[in-house]
Design a protein around this ligand. Sequence first.
Ligand SMILES: [Zn+2]
Length: 54
Amino acid sequence: MPTYVYLCGQCGEEFTLILSIKEYETAKVTCPKCKSGETKQQLTHFMTKTSRKS
Ligand SMILES: [Zn+2]
């Protein structure tokens, strides 16, 4: 299942969630630390990222 990284807009806590696509579409993500709903999804860098310069 895909992993999603979220950043809390209230306390700055960064946390990771593992959600199915269905959960991802419907889930309301709240910060585990301050319970704020002001969370932003961060872009995760996948392994396939090519950082090579040629
Ligand atoms: Zn928070």
